[in-house]
Design a protein around this ligand. Structure first.
Ligand code: DC
Length: 227
């Protein structure tokens, strides 16, 4: 039986994971958060005193890293060399480390292999930076989800406020812009909108509007197979 794949790419803080998680639940697909894998790799380097700016050392060390994905009650768990790091990789620091190690060929080769194998065995909705362009070039639907950097920063600031974590809105926006630039300008698999991806700017859309749009696009695309 054919597996269906939905690819969602876009810059930091565009709401990819929030949206992808809900769409996955509605369609009963598996949600794969690929950023979490790069975050785990970045954390491994930090914990082992390896500078993420040192490509040679990172490339060598990444051979010792075993990242696996498990699901508990439908929630993705990231296992780093046997330890569940799901709860510790969500920080801004882990995001920066992830973006730094994601520049390297050896790291990407390892992550892409894992991601492709996950998509080969299930219906998945996968989000990241190179999903439509590299990991799932034949995805049934590709979405490029974006929003202005101001709006993305504001959403992240509100999220932190709700958790009682004080933060500076300008600093958040500066960090987001820096990370996007690094992800868009790297040599290997830079963040880009795949030619056949649908651009969805969510700056003025509610979460429900984005979800409904994606589900209708998917149903339209797959209408022949699904009837
Ligand atoms: O989606 P995120 O914020 O968790 O991703 C963290 C970093 O990982 C992101 O800044 C770039 C990198 N990344 C990548 O290069 N390719 C992916 N498919 C996913 C994430």
């Amino acid at each position: 039986m054919k597996n269906y794949n939905i690819a969602i790419d876009g810059p930091a803080g565009a709401g990819k994971s929030t949206i992808a998680k809900i769409v996955a639940k509605k369609l009963e697909y598996i949600y794969v958060d690929t950023g979490a894998m790069y975050r785990a790799m970045g954390i491994y380097m930090l914990n082992n005193g390896i500078s993420v700016e040192d490509e040679e050392s990172v490339s060598k060390a990444c051979k010792d890293v075993k990242i696996t994905i498990e699901y508990i009650k439908g929630e993705q768990q990231v296992i780093l060399n046997g330890d569940n790091v799901t709860g510790t990789i969500r920080t801004e620091e882990a995001g920066k480390l992830a973006s730094a190690v994601a520049k390297y060929k050896a790291v990407r080769a390892k992550m892409v292999e894992l991601q492709k194998s996950l998509a080969a065995s299930s219906n998945v909705i996968m989000d990241g930076r190179d999903i439509g362009s590299v990991v799932l070039p034949n995805a049934d639907l590709k979405i490029y989800l974006t929003a202005s950097s101001g709006e993305r920063a504001l959403r992240r600031w509100k999220e932190l406020e709700e958790k009682g974590i004080p933060s500076d809105l300008n600093e958040i926006e500066t960090d987001i812009i820096k990370r996007d630039q690094q992800d868009m300008n790297r040599k290997i698999s830079p963040l880009c909108q795949a030619e056949d991806a649908v651009l969805l700017d969510t700056s003025d859309l509610t979460i429900d509007e984005v979800i409904d749009t994606i589900i209708s696009l998917f149903q339209e695309k797959c209408s022949e197979d699904l009837v």
